[in-house]
Design a protein around this ligand. Sequence first.
Ligand code: HEM
Length: 264
Amino acid sequence: MSIKAVDEFAEDVIRTRKKELVSLLLNNNSGGGVTETDHTKKQRSDLLTVFMGLKDENGEAFSDKIVGARSSSDHDRRSHVNNDIINDDDDDTVVFKPEEIKKMDYLQAALSEALRLYPSVPLDHKEVVEDDIFPDGTILKKGTKVIYAIYSMGRTEAIWGKDCRDYKPERWLRSSDGRFMSEPAYKFTAFNGGPRLCLGKDFAYYQMKFVAASIIYRYHVKVVEHHPVEPKLALTMYMKHGLKVTLQRRDHADRQKLINSIGD
Ligand code: HEM
């Protein structure tokens, strides 16, 4: 992914979440005497450090994904930004633009569905800081540990319906126009909810979609038959045996076919 695109994305996140970020970062870094401009620069660099450091959840989420895409014309997509790519084939220099990534609704649905069934953080726990009462009347005393199982919530019939164990990206798409429909954070809890909602959620989707689209555009990806797929529980969920796939390079005609079909 180009650093410029990441940089622009970080600025966008800072603009929309400025208030939260200012308090978060100022609480942690009480460096005096900095100007507003210095702050914005520092926030951007702090944010990028967090982005790059917290790659675990993205990496784990990404390994389970199945991809589909929707995008605009091939013509605008061509951009020779990465000098490291040395290839005569012009197709190889294709870099998806942020506005194109945003339009990839099916891919967003496929990733959300994978995270529903295989959340990167399978169990999360909180501690009650003041006596409280849940809406259902459950009394919570200060100091109580509350554990919620994101993994189990994604597989609960009462929440997701009878087909809760099936992988169905379509459940995230509006039947009228096929656009992505988000679910409330308290139903789809892979990114937590409320004031502690994952700050990197938008970036995580952007990064996963960018990488998935870039691979799928270039290769047919096929999971190796009979490869055992088992979760390995840790703070974040891993694949016990990794994910073995074969990659078959798409030829020019195949890429064109893909490009022409994904705008439909
Ligand atoms: C698929 C990828 C990701 C998933 C599933 C995920 C999930 C989560 C979850 C469940 C939490 C809540 C933890 C808690 O307080 O109990 C969280 C918090 C957080 N995440 Fe993510 N995350 C992902 C990617 C990222 C990325 C890429 C970043 C940084 C760019 C990020 C930054 C953060 C931060 C800063 C918090 C703490 C928010 C707060 O406590 O106020 N996450 N994430």
